[in-house]
Design a protein around this ligand. Structure first.
Ligand code: ZN
Length: 75
């Protein structure tokens, strides 16, 4: 796909885990599609993705359960 930043073909979608906000407002969203460009190294969200992330964040405020326990690798 075409990179919005440099205009070259070679940008790809990469799924990443992203955290938004701080403290009690912090939300981690898994598998957020980020556009990563091999040409200019830019990584960004499309407007559509940013909109969806915002929607998920608002939705999350109504969810009471939280995963606050730290995850530790056994090895
Ligand atoms: Zn680019």
């Amino acid at each position: 796909m075409i990179c919005d930043s440099c205009g070259h073909d070679g940008a790809r979608i990469k799924r990443v885990s992203r955290s938004y906000g701080k403290g009690d407002d912090m939300v981690v969203i898994d598998k957020v599609p980020i556009v990563v460009c091999a040409h200019c190294g830019e990584s960004y969200m499309t407007a559509e993705t940013a909109h969806e992330v915002e929607r998920l964040r608002l939705h999350k405020k109504n969810v009471k359960s939280r995963r606050l326990a730290p995850v530790i690798d056994y090895v």
